[in-house]
Each structure stands twice: as structure tokens, then as C-alpha cells.
Design a protein around this ligand. Sequence first.
Ligand SMILES: Nc1nc2c(c(=O)[nH]1)N[C@H]1C(S)=C(S)[C@@H](COP(=O)(O)OP(=O)(O)OC[C@H]3O[C@@H](n4cnc5c(=O)[nH]c(N)nc54)[C@H](O)[C@@H]3O)O[C@H]1N2
Ligand SMILES: Nc1nc2c(c(=O)[nH]1)N[C@H]1C(S)=C(S)[C@@H](COP(=O)(O)OP(=O)(O)OC[C@H]3O[C@@H](n4cnc5c(=O)[nH]c(N)nc54)[C@H](O)[C@@H]3O)O[C@H]1N2
Ligand code: SF4
Ligand SMILES: [Mo]
Length: 874
Amino acid sequence: MSAPGGIRSTCPYCGVGCGVLLSEDKNGALSVRGDPDHPANFGRLCSKGSALGETLGLEHRLLAPKIDGQDSDWDTALDLVADRFSQSIRDHGPDSVAFYVSGQLLTEDYYVANKLMKGFIGSANIDTNSRLCMASSVAGHKRAFGSDTVPGTYEDLDEADLVVLVGSNLAWCHPVLYQRLLAARKSRGTKIVVVDPRRTASCDGADLHLALQPGSDVALFNHLLREIGARGAVDPDFLQHTNGFEAALEAAQLETLSPTGLSEEEVRAFCDMWIGTEKTVTIYSQGVNQSTSGSDKVNAILNCHLATGRIGRPGMGPLSVTGQPNAMGGREVGGLANMLACHLDLENPDHRQAVRDFWQAPQMPEVLGLKAVDMFRAVADGRIKALWVIHTNPAVSMPDSAAVRAAIEACPFTVVSDITEHSDTARLARVLLPASAWGEKDGTVTNSDRTISRQRAALPAPGAARPDWQILCEVGKRMGWHAAFDYESPVEIFREYAALSGLAGQFGRDFDISGLSGLEASAYDTLAPTRWPVIADRSGGRFFADGNFYHGDKKARLLPLRYRPPAARTGPKYPFRLNTGRLRDQWHTMTRTGLSPRLGAHMPEPFLDLHPNDAATLGITPADLVEVRSPNGSAILRARISDAVQPGQVFAPIHWTGETAPSGRIDDLVAAETDPVSGQPESKASVVAVQKMEAAWYGFAVSTRPMAPNADYWAQAPTRGGYRAEMAGYAPAPDWEEEARRLFDLPDAEAATILDPARGTARIALFDKGRLLAALFVDREPVAVVRDYLATLPDAAGTEVLTGRPPADVPDPGPVICSCFGIGINTIISAIETQHLMTVEAIGVALEAGTNCGSCRPELAAILASTHQREAAE
Ligand SMILES: Nc1nc2c(c(=O)[nH]1)N[C@H]1C(S)=C(S)[C@@H](COP(=O)(O)OP(=O)(O)OC[C@H]3O[C@@H](n4cnc5c(=O)[nH]c(N)nc54)[C@H](O)[C@@H]3O)O[C@H]1N2
Ligand SMILES: Nc1nc2c(c(=O)[nH]1)N[C@H]1C(S)=C(S)[C@@H](COP(=O)(O)OP(=O)(O)OC[C@H]3O[C@@H](n4cnc5c(=O)[nH]c(N)nc54)[C@H](O)[C@@H]3O)O[C@H]1N2
Ligand code: SF4
Ligand SMILES: [Mo]
């Protein structure tokens, strides 16, 4: 829909689901602004959303179907996919094929993928990366409520008096919601508690941080339940609508606090706040879900909300925030191997029959499909003979990812639908299918609070790219199911889906949007953000305040739970607990955010945070590289010494890949241990050993073009003028000038060099007619050059580049803090000192830093505090 400010659409990153306005800027490029009318963000965007325009270039796009690395055409590629899938089904049965899909697909794409696999191929072997993300929340919701229902809404954050963040770094991962929370804090004094083993950016604004031991959340929330019981804080009227309170309390009585490692005072303060504040929202995310006790953690939290009746009323309730833009939509369409469509159950014969009749499907599977980890095991041992991966990058994001890569490589037939061929998964596929990207396609997504929003196209699809739903339907038709997949446009799919949800409503399910089943194409085009359910007598709202749940007896269930430690145990061989997670400015495997120089500047390298005491014991100093080994694999990462992590614990980000830093692939270290109920892997509690990398050489390079490093460690990131790379190796090159020419692919460029073989140093700059193209700096120690200045090259030219630092009259901005305006730490410190700035707001006025998305504001506050501290001490 074209509004006065442009076309309305939705950000393709996190589950906040911010509305955006798309228009053409004065250079003809797509400009992306926050939509002031969208109820998720009211105009705000975070650094990732603001940088969307920088990620739309076509140089990395897959523009034609490819077979065995050769460009092909759609007919040939689609026929091949349909033939090979059909052949496998004929020869080995429907369970010999599988789809592995994504919470980033649009609802319409997701719906047809699920329909094709479950209704027509007749297998439930479709699973999604939501298994790595939301599966424990889904399982917890179903156990407690009888359905996968998110009870509350974002408005609860405006009305709460206490918000508890459990295993959620909201400041970085749901930044616009976090800003909304801070705004509420400012106006009504909302208290914030963070429960996280690590001190994160979300702790900066918090009243209390409980740095519990990894995996011990059940022990903490069992204790809270005990206190709720002991202090008479249960809501007896609400308990009438529940079962299991006594048993849950009894199990909680057996628990102690010792697994948490927290002091009694800290926990008392937490219980006082929680029990004393009726309007409490508990937000939880991957620190809860990604655990072998993930489902129990979810239910331990839900137990406390059910016991106190704090659910579904304004300003209170549990809120599982979704990660991906359509994680919620995927759950609605039944994209997981253990679900049907529209919150109907695969195990229920009546549900199966109803969906089968509705789809006029030839067959429906009666058994659950393989969950992600088991699915790739079945690929590895040959049970799955044809695999189609859509909109996800399992070769790096699955646990034990080296084994997943080997499995994909050995699979007889693999298809990948992606927007780029430069991904670790795409590199392994036989057939590559070019998908239309965000900005080019139409459909719907559902965010964390059940709001359905439209994504709308503002750009033409480049080359031969096609929307995912169309590719799936073409294969369905070619497999012989023409009528079932004969859609002209997404609205036809949406209408069918909405009608099916009406059937689910008749079965008494929560997910019913049948009010939208008659939507005309024009109404779909203009559809405003709409929270489900959408039925004759109801639209949106909250669930469960009335005590009506979705179990057979309409009651909720509290569960008896006991703490279980993470599956892997630390010991002398693997003494550290490895925690993994996200950075503010990158999205997953970086195939999109990795293209933005602004976003790349925040953290250009993969790293490992370790506690100063551990660093001292291991003899590791800042900027060293470390080798990290687990029973599954190894990695090399830059050491960051920080007391944000506890002794014995280390943290690494998930974003680096074979494309950006092959030895930084963190899931190579992660064991494929899963939650017994949800099948979700324990991505945050592997065990590792850490030691200093005894590198013989270190390098830093800048270049106008991508480089081809040949080093034991390397990491490459985009800059405004090209690329920067860190490198290190066990054996130095015999001739560094020759190596530089190979690295930059500039065999004949003019060179300026300073070589000192005796000291193992080399500085080489390569020019074309006096214009700087690339430079390499090598040393036996981590290279001491001013990286943020060199990263501005080739703006600065000339042989003075070999000094590795800016000329006296050019200030070095330092590492970027504010990505939106590209402002470095040195610029900020200097403004604080010279202009005597006292507040984050004043920094904003002086430099603009922190005034757009606000996600660097915690860092600005920290810089302000440390600069003032230093000034006071001087
Ligand atoms: N910038 C950015 N934002 C994103 C994404 C992104 O890639 N980049 N991805 C999106 C997606 S798909 C998702 S799923 C969300 C994830 O959003 P979050 O879940 O908020 O992010 P994570 O960094 O994975 O993990 C959250 C925290 O869990 C903590 N944790 C680890 N173990 C435990 C434990 O045992 N108990 C508790 N209580 N905490 C623990 C970690 O220290 C970490 O700080 O983010 C979404 N938003
Ligand atoms: N150790 C550890 N591992 C984790 C996690 C963790 O916290 N720790 N988190 C897990 C979680 S929560 C998640 S959600 C996963 C995320 O992991 P992935 O889903 O594997 O990561 P993405 O980079 O989002 O992959 C999306 C892919 O889709 C492609 N793509 C983009 N747009 C389109 C499109 O329109 N159509 C198609 N067909 N393709 C497109 C992108 O280029 C990219 O290759 O990682 C999981 N892995
Ligand atoms: S918070 Fe940021 S990443 Fe998430 S939807 Fe909004 S703009 Fe996109
Ligand atoms: Mo996720």
C-alpha cells in the first residue's frame, strides 16, 4: 500500500515486526524509514532496520537457477527437482525426502511448503530453524495452555510495573521493544530485572541483574513458586481454572537454590519485587529456549504466572519474544514436524482428516516428522535421499555444524533456495534456486504479539529470481498436484489459509482468522496490522484472563519440575562453559547485514569473551588469538578479556561463517544435545578448552576488493571503500610481497614495501597509477596499526599508508559505537571532554550519536561514565 510517506512494509529481521515506509531517495536508491503508524514501533527502527537500504545491492545475489554450479533455466531446474523428489518417493517412500525451512519465510510461502510436504508428499519431514529457536516455548505453551498461545501484547510493556528479562538480551536483539520499555520506565518507573549468566547491554538500565549459573533457571523459578506459596501470594480464584498446583509446589519444595550460584540476598530481592508487583511481565528468549531443559524452564516461568493469576490482563503475563520476523507465522501454519496447520494437531485423527478433506489431499502422515537435529542425522546416515533447504543456512547455524556440512555434502540430491550463492549451505547444493528478496516480494508475517503485518514489494525481482511460494508451487505442480498448487498470487494462498483456520476454530482452537478468509485482493493490498484472532465476535486482544484454556477440561496445567544440569559436563579436559549469542548489528549468518559497512564496523571479527582471572591463568592478553576446542570441533577467535562473563564461562557470537571467518564458525563447537520434549538444541551450554594460539605471524589488510586469504585464521568485513581483514598463521609466507599479490589478486600492481625479514615484519602497499588499491601489514605480534583509519582507505592514498596510522592532521575516529551515524569512540570521548557533555542526550545534540535507533545508548552511557571517572581521577 502506497502511503503518503511511501510503501508500507515490515522489517525482515527480528520478531518485533517493525513497520517501515519504503520510498525512493534522491539518488534513486530505496530509502527505509520507520512507519509512525505501525503499532509495533510507532516510527522507531534499530540499527539493522535503519541500514536495510545498504543491503539491497545485487552484486551478491543469485540471479539464475544453477545446477552443479552452472547457470540453468527455471524449467530445467524445476523439472529436475520434481523428478528427483518423485523418484525418491517412488523408490524409498515419502519419508526419504525432507524440507528444512525457516521462520523468515512469509506465511504464504510457509503454508504451501507445509501443504506440499504434509498433504501431498505425505510425510511430516518438514522442520524449520524455529526448532533451534522457538520449539521449547511452543512445547511449554502447549503443556501449560493446551495450545501454542502467546497470551499478552506489546501494550503490556507500557503498563507493567516490573519487567523480568530471562535469557533475553532485549537491548540488542529486540531493540525497539527495549526502547519502548525504557520509555515506560521513564514515564512510570517500571523496574527491570535481568536473569542472565552474562552482563549484557540489557543490564545497563536494570535494577537487578541475577547472574545465575548457565541452565539453572528452573531452580530459580521453582524457588519463586515456593515463595509464592509460602507468602500466600497465590490467587485461589484463578487456581480454580488450573490443575497441578499442589504437585508443582511439592516438586519445587525439593529444589534448592544451589544450582543457581546466586546469593540468598539477591534472590530475596528478586522474590520481593516479583511477588510484590502485580503488574509483572516476564519476557524470555534463547537463554531459556536453547537448553536441554528449555521446555521445563518455560513451564517453570508459566507456573509462577498461573499460580498468581497474572496472565492475560493489562501489564502482566509471560511473553516469549520471537526471534525471526515470521517465527510466529511459522507456528501458525504448522511448519514444525510435529504440528499440523492452524494450531491443529498431527496426532489427532479428527484434525488430520479435516485438514486432508480441506486440502483434498491424497494422503496425510500419521506419525510425526523428524525434528531438525534428527533430520540432519537421517541425512547423514542415508535415510533422507533428497533434501530441500529454504531460507536458512544450516551448514553454520545447526549444532555440530561440521557434521551437518558433511551430511549435506553426502546427500544424493540437495536443493537450496536462497538469495545468494555465497553461503556455506548454498556452496554444498546441487541445485540452487534464486529467491526474490525482501523488498521484492509480497505476503504476511506475524510478530511476537500476534500482529499480522504485510510485507510489500517496492522493487522488481532481479534476474530470474522468483518468490519462494511460487517456486514451491511450481515443484508441487510438476510432481502432479496441479490444482492444489495453482495459485496466481499470495492473496489466494492467504484466503485459503484463513479459511482453514476457521475449521480450526470449529475444533475450538485459538488460531482463527477466518474473518479474513473473504479478503479481496484490494483489501489484502491495504491490510493494516491486525492482531489475531479475527472472527465475527472478536479481533485481537489478550488470552486467558477469563480462565478458559485449550486443554480438554479447559483448564491450564502447572507442571511439577526439577532442575537438570546442562547435558555436557565441564571437567579437566573441557573446563569452560561456552555460551553463544547475538551482536547488536549483525543478523545470523550475515548474508545481508554483512554487506553493510556501517553495521560491520561495530564488531569486525569473531571473538571469545573470557574473564580476567581465566585469561591470567591461561596467559592470554588482550588482542591475542585463542584456540577453542570442544568434543565436536575447534575454532580460532580473538580474545576479549571482560568481567561481563563469569569465571569458568566464555561467550562467543554466532555470526561468522565460511564466507567471513571460516575458523570462527561457533556451531562447529556446539554439541547436538536436545531438549527431550521440544527437540531444541542446547546452543548455549557446550564445554570447551581454551588456549592461546601460538601464531608465527599476524596480518591486517585493507583492499578495494574482496580478498582471498590463505591463513589459519582470517576474518573479512566490508568497509566504506572496500574490505578489511585480520589474519594469522602458524607458518609465515616465504615471500610476503608475493603473498600480498596473491591475496589481493594484483599480480602486476606497483608496490611500495618496507620488509624486515629478520624481525618478521612486512608492510606492502599496492597501487594502480598512484591510486592505492590494497595494503598488507604483517608482524610476529598482533599488528599495531590504526585499523579504523586504515578502514577508511582508499580515501587516503600515497605511500604514507605504510606508517599504518593517520597523518597528524587527520583524527582517528576509533571503533564505531553509533552505527547509524558511523561515530567512533574517540570522536565521542573527545566531544565529552572538550564540550563538557554530561548526558547521553547532550552527546546526541553534539554528534547525533544515539539519536536514531538508540541501541548504542547503553554504550554511550558507559563511555560517559568512564570518561568522567577518568577526568575526576586526573
Ligand atoms: N541483533 C540481532 N538481533 C536479533 C537476531 C540477530 O541475529 N541479531 N536474531 C533474532 C533471533 S532469530 C532470535 S531467536 C533472538 C534471540 O534473542 P536473545 O535470546 O535475546 O539473544 P541471544 O544472544 O541468543 O541470547 C540471550 C541471552 O541468553 C543468555 N543465556 C545463556 N544461557 C543462559 C541460561 O542458562 N539462562 C539464562 N537465563 N540466560 C542464558 C545469554 O548470555 C544471552 O545474553 O534475537 C533476534 N534478534
Ligand atoms: N550456537 C548457536 N547457534 C544458533 C543460535 C544460537 O543462539 N547459538 N541461534 C539459532 C537460532 S535462534 C536461529 S533463528 C538460527 C538462524 O540461523 P539461519 O536461519 O541458518 O541464519 P540466517 O542467516 O538467517 O539464514 C537465512 C538464509 O536465508 C537467505 N535468504 C534471505 N532472504 C531470503 C528469501 O527471501 N528467500 C530465501 N529462500 N532465502 C533468503 C539468506 O541469504 C540466508 O542464507 O540460528 C540458530 N543457531
Ligand atoms: S527492532 Fe530492529 S531488527 Fe527488529 S524489526 Fe525493528 S527495526 Fe527490524
Ligand atoms: Mo531465532
